[in-house]
Design a protein around this ligand. Structure first.
Ligand SMILES: *[C@@H]1O[C@H](CO)[C@@H](O)[C@H](O)[C@H]1NC(C)=O
Ligand SMILES: *[C@@H]1O[C@H](CO)[C@@H](O)[C@H](O)[C@H]1NC(C)=O
Ligand SMILES: *[C@@H]1O[C@H](CO)[C@@H](O)[C@H](O)[C@H]1NC(C)=O
Length: 502
């Protein structure tokens, strides 16, 4: 999903086991991708004909595409004609030697030949983007293992869109020889290669405005992925290729900066920041006293300098004092306006996640979208193994907002939107992070007050904007904004893609 596993507590929520990925041996050290062979000397444009458009692809089998500049990479792609019914739909793998990243691609319902391209990933770390696709912003919503319905609010309303299972070990993506990925910067290498290869092969999309979007732990992934794509452009240009037209990052209910997020759990449970306080007074007073100690310890051992032992101890203190009391309430950590529906370890609080898993286990569905036989018969929404590897590498303890600042300075726009009822990656923490963020527009941004934005005359949330940076909340939505507020979420996306203020 969907959630971000800031605290080790949430590891229980993942619905999988290592046994389902028997090919992935957790003890094998992650390998760097061998050089992709960037360099004009290896590139003879005359030998390479881009596929251009998708019309020649088969529905029965994959077409495999190589590129002389990326000798270690192939794309396998097929027409899959599912889920939307009104647009071209393609699925496949980007093969990085023995690493295989699965993707879904839906053309725009408006004008595929002109509309922007969106990349989408869910979070976790370790959760499949099929959750975003079939539950939130995709062209269809799975309603039962045997059924899905057309989603009129899909984000492909006026954009071409990818859903990628990443990193390897997640969803239908896998590695043959036990490689694992345990940090976001490592995952970013595969994603940047994926993006370059896509635009090289499908030349009709070359130069098209490109938006990298994600949710939850996507608040960590997306800024790093976008930075990698941005920096990679230098190499593409040196090699005589067209750079990727990275236009924006879009982060929904992101956990980007743990140091502002963790203390904000107090505000979410003990103040009327979204709903009326949900915790009892004595717990709130105890939490209130723990907040400055938590902040001070995080600052000292995780931010000012990184000392893994001290930082982990600080995190543990914050978890015990500030996160755990919330979990004891039984509320839904993704939407504090309601209780969790089902045990979180079984349903992630949303029973539809089980229907999505069962749907993706159907042999006919797997055949239609071309899932490799290597992949386990039992679909996992989230991989515990990948989540645990990222956690062990302290990947979530990083001031990822620095990437956002750097992207803003280079003209890449950033939309940070947050469903107002989410606890785990909440709006208070995101707001504080952005107010603290150093960039040229900071002073102006801090001076802006939050104002209401509307959809069809009705208040939809609060927003603050300066130049390339927009912050927005969505009233009545939890962690998964497009699930709870599909019309508002699509409207937000449309206005953002059009470069308008909310
Ligand atoms: C699938 O769902 C749609 C919309 O809810 C419904 O009309 C249709 O009858 C369902 N189909 C099956 C096979 O259950
Ligand atoms: C990148 O996309 C923007 C927005 O659509 C467009 O204005 C610009 O011309 C594109 N840049 C290139 C180099 O194609
Ligand atoms: C898949 O799930 C079924 C039913 O829950 C179980 O019986 C089976 O052992 C699982 N298979 C694998 C490979 O984990």
């Amino acid at each position: 999903m969907v959630w971000c596993r800031l605290s080790g507590l949430l590891a229980v929520a993942a619905v999988t086991s290592a046994a389902q990925f028997p090919l992935v041996q957790p003890n094998v050290k992650a390998q760097n991708i061998p050089g992709s062979g960037f360099g004009a000397d290896q590139y003879d444009a005359g030998l390479f004909t881009p596929l251009g458009d998708f019309s020649t692809l088969s529905t029965d089998e994959f077409t495999t595409l190589g590129h002389p500049l990326f000798p270690n990479y192939n794309v396998r792609i097929k027409k899959s004609d599912f889920c939307d019914g009104t647009v071209g739909t393609y699925t496949g793998y980007i093969d990085v030697q023995a690493r295989h990243l699965f993707f879904y691609f839906f053309e725009s319902r408006n004008d595929p030949a002109k509309d922007d391209v969106i990349f989408w990933t869910n979070g976790g770390p370790g959760c499949s983007s099929s959750l975003g696709l079939f539950m939130e912003l995709g062209p269809c919503r799975v309603t039962s293992p045997d059924n899905s319905t057309f989603n009129p609010y899909s984000w492909n309303a006026n954009a071409n869109i990818f859903f990628v299972d990443q990193p390897i070990g997640v969803g239908f993506s896998y590695a043959e020889y036990g490689e694992t990925v345990s940090t976001t910067p490592e995952a970013a290498k595969d994603i940047a290669a994926f993006v370059a290869i896509f635009f090289e092969h499908f030349s009709q999309f070359k130069g098209r405005a490109f938006h990298m979007a994600g949710e939850s732990y996507g608040g960590r992934y997306i800024p790093v992925f976008a930075a990698e794509v941005y920096d990679q452009n230098t190499k593409l240009v040196e090699a005589g290729l067209t750079p990727v037209n990275l236009s924006s990052v879009m982060i929904g209910n992101g956990c980007t900066d743990f140091a502002t997020m963790v203390p904000s759990y107090y505000d979410m449970t003990c103040s009327p920041a979204s709903v009326a306080p949900i915790m009892d007074i004595s717990s709130c007073v105890r939490m209130k006293q723990a907040v400055p100690r938590c902040q001070e310890a995080l600052q000292k051992s995780c931010v000012d300098r990184f000392d893994s032992m001290g930082c982990e101890a600080a995190n543990l203190f914050c978890e015990v004092e500030i996160s755990e009391p919330f979990f004891d309430t039984g509320y839904n950590p993704y939407d504090i306006s309601k209780p969790c529906d089902g045990p979180i370890s079984d349903t992630l609080c949303y029973p539809v996640t089980k229907a999505i898993g069962a749907y993706l286990d159907r042999p006919d569905v797997r055949k239609q979208i071309g899932v490799d036989g290597f992949v386990s018969a039992n679909f996992s929404s989230c991989s515990n193994e990948v989540g645990a590897a990222f956690h062990a590498a302290d990947d979530e303890i990083f001031p990822t907002q620095f990437y956002i600042g750097a992207l803003l300075e280079r003209g890449v726009r950033a939309l940070i939107y947050v469903g107002a009822n989410d606890w785990i990656c909440n709006w208070v923490g995101n707001d504080r992070m952005l107010l603290d963020l150093e960039w040229t527009g900071q002073e102006a941004f801090v001076k802006e007050s939050l104002t209401e934005w509307t959809v069809d005359g009705a208040a939809a949330g609060l927003t603050r904007n300066v130049g390339p940076l927009t912050f927005a909340t969505i009233y009545g939505a939890g962690h998964m904004v497009p699930y709870d507020k599909p019309a508002e979420s699509l409207e937000l996306t449309k206005r953002w893609l059009a470069g308008k203020e909310l």
